[in-house]
Design a protein around this ligand. Structure first.
Ligand SMILES: [Ca+2]
Ligand SMILES: [Ca+2]
Length: 119
């Protein structure tokens, strides 16, 4: 977890430089776990390594996973692509789509083991 707030692209780059990948939570539990672990309740918004830049409505993640807009990961009434939002952020209630050039915190995970997720 980086206390600096960055754009989605910058967050992705930071994680690569650290030898990891921007986090992609695999479940609701994992999302909550990350929020608890990072004690970011005061600012529970962080970038998730998925976007629909290429094809609107098709969410492609850095680990190759693909989500669609029906997926239960999303918060109620998200993603809404309001003003062309193409990058995913996580909060307690689920995922939101957000504009990629807005700034948020960034959480990285290591490639090696899904169990060993780090800030
Ligand atoms: Ca979009
Ligand atoms: Ca949205």
């Amino acid at each position: 977890m980086h206390d600096v707030v960055v754009t989605w692209e910058e967050g992705k780059q930071i994680c690569v430089e650290l030898g990891g990948m921007m986090v992609v939570p695999q479940s609701e539990e994992e999302l909550q776990h990350i929020i608890n672990m990072c004690s970011c309740q005061a600012w529970p918004w962080f970038w998730i390594g998925c976007n629909d830049i290429q094809t609107e409505g098709t969410w492609v993640c850095l680990d190759g996973e693909i989500f669609d807009v029906q997926d239960e990961m999303w918060s109620d009434s998200e993603p809404n692509n309001s003003n062309n939002e193409d990058c995913a952020v996580g909060v307690g209630s689920g995922w939101f789509d957000w504009q990629c050039d807005r700034t948020s915190k960034s959480i990285c995970q290591r490639h090696a083991s899904p169990a060993q997720q780090l800030m």
